[in-house]
Design a protein around this ligand. Sequence first.
Ligand SMILES: Nc1ncnc2c1ncn2[C@@H]1O[C@H](COP(=O)(O)OP(=O)(O)OP(=O)(O)O)[C@@H](O)[C@H]1O
Length: 256
Amino acid sequence: MLKVKGLSFSYGDFSVENVCFEVKEGEILTLLGPNGSGKTTILKNVYGLLKPKKKCVFIDGRDFHSLSLKERAKLAGYVPQSHYPPFPYTVLDVVVMGLASQLSVFESPKDEHYEKALEKLRLLGMESFKDRPYTQLSGGQLQLVLIARALVQEPKVLLLDEPTAHLDFKNQVKILGIIKKLAREERITAILTLHDPNLASIYSDKIALVKEGRIRAVGESSEILREEILEEVYGVPIHILEFNGFRVIMPKTEVV
Ligand SMILES: Nc1ncnc2c1ncn2[C@@H]1O[C@H](COP(=O)(O)OP(=O)(O)OP(=O)(O)O)[C@@H](O)[C@H]1O
């Protein structure tokens, strides 16, 4: 469904080299790796917020970056790490803004656009917040609204940059559960970045381990989450236990 073939990009000091991976419809792939390893840079290149050195992102065989803005917005939605608008728009208006690429310059959103936005807020359990100023939401609520804003165009692919950042455990589980549900029930393909290997183990179909701008390993979670690979990527000794078919990743520590 989505193929990344040889993605390379450079900021000057830091570069991402020859990133390759493939995600099928309805699958979740997680980019996992240390701080500064290049996860966000890869995600932004996939979406086209940064420009890779050559054509490298294909959705259903089509060169994604050569499509019009409108076509791209229909195919893929991007959820940034955080987003703070300068003006206290209502939650509903923020979600409707996700449809901007489908409206012409002077066109105002119509009832059907608001209805679509409400439907997405409902899906994420956020309908009762529709009239609240967006600036008065908690981190978890904000994340849900950003997901609704990306979903309003009904994209086939959702790219989420650290969707669990700043969230408590309950909200981390809630957000990842919703992403899993969208993948299973709506057949949305999701690529996300995470920091917690345990959450990645529970919620991902595939994992790409990123180190120093390169993919160190990519594949089914069970193949990738191995002690020797994680120790090499994170540089800390690691124990892996099996529990109910999942891998539980723990640091080996002499402190406790
Ligand atoms: N706009 C920029 N200009 C120059 N260098 C940048 C820019 N944005 C990020 N970098 C550098 O690129 C490298 C990779 O950053 P990136 O944000 O992709 O990493 P990450 O794996 O997502 O990190 P984290 O887990 O800490 O969010 C870092 O060394 C960072 O300093």
